[in-house]
Design a protein around this ligand. Structure first.
Ligand code: SAM
Length: 298
């Protein structure tokens, strides 16, 4: 039995359990009290099946048998740094919840800039062909598919775990009431696509350098290296994506690329070198250039 499990006695109320769990998380992670309490509340809600609002109203209740032990186990894992999204098994992105699992990157709010831009370009009712390259959980492709049911959306990933999870998420979004249709393919970027018939390509490829110090921090320590790291200081995949995109985009089609906050210029250079026009970047909520796009001439 872990230290937290010993401390979290089954006689306690849910409120007391919550406070002790938050203390454990704050101690282990060195985060502030508000953040630890927020995370502990998510974990109590998860193990009890109560919503966080119901939890606030029913805090004096005693937990059901087994709840304390399960909660303590999750608090210990969170205190040791495991991502909360892996512990809860899901993360909100754009308008839906997505299943998460170890071995596949957790979707980030920064990536919503890419979705927003893609939706601005993609007219509603248009039967555009769209491909999400390196789909991971399916967050980008499925979010676009849910907003633009008329479009033909496909998603590709090299990782079998990612393709499997994206398929689960396609069903999960349907359970949440979304109308989603998205073809899923395992493969190496655009290698399997022959014709120049694609209207829009979107990608959040791996872009960290192998020696990036952030890889030793936070959630990144637990996420798959193949989803995060690329050669050539993190820029290796952009050259391949740009060359492949020139081959498969129709005249006037768009390529949208997410990148690191200091990589906008390098990605724009690669787009220009590949022959794209109308190259421009957009910023994330923190004000960093986060997505750069180019248009196929013609
Ligand atoms: C940064 S993650 C992005 C995941 C997801 N699109 C998101 O934004 O949350 C990069 C993804 O690209 C995939 N990937 C890496 N190299 C690839 C390749 N050569 N071909 C296809 N997918 C690749 C990884 O498996 C990973 O799922």
């Amino acid at each position: 039995m872990t230290l937290a499990a010993k401390q979290l006695g089954s006689e306690e109320s849910l409120d007391a359990l919550l406070r002790r769990g938050a203390e454990r998380i704050a101690d282990g992670r060195g985060c502030d009290w508000a953040e630890a309490l927020f995370e502990a509340r998510l974990l109590v809600a998860f193990v009890t099946g109560l919503g966080t609002a119901a939890l606030m109203l029913q805090g004096d209740r005693s937990p059901a048998p087994g709840v304390s032990r399960r909660f303590s186990y999750l608090c210990d894992r969170r205190a040791a740094g495991e991502p909360i999204a892996y512990l809860l098994g899901e993360r909100g992105f754009w308008r839906h919840r997505f299943r998460t699992t170890t071995g596949v990157l957790i979707p980030r709010p920064d990536t919503e800039v890419l979705v927003e831009w893609a939706l601005e370009l993609l007219p509603s009712q248009a039967r555009w062909r769209v491909i999400d390259l390196g789909t991971g959980t399916g967050a980008i492709g499925l979010s676009i598919a849910a907003e633009r049911p008329e479009a033909e959306i496909h998603a590709v990933d090299r990782s079998p775990a990612a393709v499997e999870l994206a398929a689960r998420n396609r069903a999960f979004l349907a359970e949440q009431g979304a109308t989603v249709s998205m073809g899923l393919w395992r493969g190496d970027w655009l290698a399997a696509i022959a014709s120049a018939s694609v209207d829009l390509l979107v990608s959040n490829p791996p872009y960290l350098a192998a020696d990036d110090p952030h890889l030793g921090e936070g959630d990144l320590r637990h996420e798959p290296c193949e989803a995060l790291v690329a050669a050539d200081d993190g820029l290796a995949d952009y050259r391949r994506l740009c060359a492949g995109a020139r081959r498969v985009l129709r005249p006037g089609g768009w390529l949208l690329l997410e990148h690191g906050f200091a990589q906008a210029e390098s990605v724009a250079d690669r787009l220009h070198q590949a022959g794209f026009v109308s190259v421009a970047s957009r910023r994330d909520l923190a004000g960093h250039p986060r997505v750069t796009a180019g248009r196929q001439p013609g």
